[in-house]
Ligand binder design. Structure first.
Ligand SMILES: NC(=O)c1ccc[n+]([C@@H]2O[C@H](COP(=O)([O-])OP(=O)(O)OC[C@H]3O[C@@H](n4cnc5c(N)ncnc54)[C@H](OP(=O)(O)O)[C@@H]3O)[C@@H](O)[C@H]2O)c1
Length: 394
């Protein structure tokens, strides 16, 4: 009899500990307090800490423990879905859409367009340009086939983009600008975390180049089209581990002096991405452009493939356990899609579980955001006074 309560209770406590330690959810969050309190009381009652209880209470507690575990799973792990809105006629870009969270974001955008009879969502799926060109084409076709199979959308287009190459970013933006006069949604999803230090073709450290500089340039080059949208959205896919970052190393942005396992670099590049969101919001909140940073959750994907080899092995060994502690790609896409579509949402936020999460004050540093912006402009060769506005305002 005790086993059910023990198993459910242990699961809830492990789930909470895992997510809190990973900084995915603050330990002060209502869910954390609620579920751990209920679990601890249930376990205490079961183990007679407050004295013996009768048989009926045992059964009641068992059923209650199952409900508590299922509820904790749904609220903490699964998260809330977004409200479907009509995206027909809208143009969206999702970077890194051939796998993981990006693929699901593309799918959900497409699904929303396809809900309307004549509704078409223009979802441009961008794929990393690899040295083996056909490999990239193959992955593109697989991803598009997946989205087509799961939605009714037929408007899926492949455009080549390597966010780690400034040349590729510029070519992509130029090609896109020739083809479209407006961009409604930009989901900056592509990202990496490398255990071994690598450099981009431009000579930047690869995590910095991919997670920050590439999207920084891409967004800026697409701003003239984004500001033309009625309800333009930029979603920067961030990560909760930004809360592990201690500083932006301006003296060593290319991590030549200190790289370690790469995790520290990943942490601060994600903080930098949030600071980018903050500064973009400061510049563009006056016009109808909503910019947010969305943490997808801890998602089962191939993201660990370039991280410490032991981590990749652990992920493979415990694949069966991951659905109990991590989100699926589909669930991971909920918060970015929420950021891109929720009508009442304002900008400049860090979002998690389809909700605004207040970050500790030290991360919300507007001066630092401005300083980083200026440094990034110099690195990607963008004029410091670059400030595209809607054509009507010019
Ligand atoms: N998984 C998590 O638990 C988690 C948690 C927090 C935040 N995130 C963030 O979520 C985002 C997506 O991660 P994921 O979990 O879906 O990982 P993933 O399965 O590894 O997907 C990453 C995507 O980014 C693409 N990409 C990498 N480098 C690129 C480049 N230079 N140019 C264009 N595309 C590139 C990858 O393409 P290829 O397949 O060609 O490499 C892939 O499509 C990342 O920004 C990550 O930091 C993930």
């Amino acid at each position: 009899m005790i086993i059910i309560t023990d198993v459910c209770g242990t699961y809830v406590l492990v789930l909470i500990a895992f997510r809190v330690i990973a900084s995915d959810i603050p330990w002060t969050h209502t869910y954390v307090l609620r579920y751990s309190f209920i679990t601890l009381i249930s376990l205490a009652l079961m183990h007679h800490v407050f004295g013996p209880i009768s048989d009926e209470y045992y059964y009641g507690l068992e059923i209650f423990s199952i409900f508590n575990a299922v509820s904790a799973y749904m609220m903490i792990l699964q998260g809330k879905g977004y409200e479907e809105v009509d995206l027909s006629g809208k143009v969206a870009i999702v970077t890194g859409a051939n796998a993981g969270i990006g693929l699901e974001i593309a799918c959900q955008f497409a699904q929303m367009g396809a809900h309307v009879i004549f509704g078409m969502l223009d979802c441009i799926c961008n794929f990393m340009q690899t040295l083996v060109a056909c490999r990239s084409q193959e992955r593109a076709e697989e991803a598009i086939a997946h989205v087509k199979a799961n939605t009714n959308s037929t408007q899926l287009e492949f455009m080549q983009l390597d966010v780690a190459s400034l040349k590729s970013v510029r070519e992509f933006a130029a090609k896109f600008t020739r083809k479209f006069d407006r961009l409604d949604i930009l989901a900056n999803n592509a990202g990496v975390n490398n255990y071994y230090r690598k450099e981009t073709v431009d000579g930047f450290e690869a995590i910095f180049g991919t997670n920050y500089l590439g999207p920084f340039l891409l967004t800026n080059l697409l701003l003239p089209l984004l500001v033309e949208a009625d309800d333009g959205r930029i979603v920067n896919v961030g990560s909760c581990v930004m809360k592990w970052a201690t500083k932006i190393p301006f003296d060593d942005l290319n991590s030549k002096l200190s790289y370690g396992t790469g995790q520290g670099v990943y942490n601060w590049t994600k903080w930098a991405f949030y600071l980018f969101t903050l500064e973009l919001h400061r510049r563009y909140s006056a016009i109808t452009l909503t910019i947010n940073c969305a943490h997808p959750g801890l998602v089962m994907s191939n993201f660990q493939k370039n991280m410490h080899p032991v981590l990749d092995k652990i992920a493979n060994w415990f694949n069966w356990l991951r659905p109990f502690l991590q989100q699926t790609g589909e669930q991971g896409a909920y918060t970015p899609v929420f950021a891109a579509t929720c009508r009442n949402l304002t900008g400049g936020h860090y979002l998690a579980r389809s909700d605004i999460e207040e970050l500790p004050k030290k991360f919300v540093d507007e001066e630092l955001a401005l300083r980083l912006w200026d440094v990034a402009c110099r690195l990607v060769d963008l004029p410091l006074d670059y400030y595209p506005l809607p054509k009507d305002n010019n």
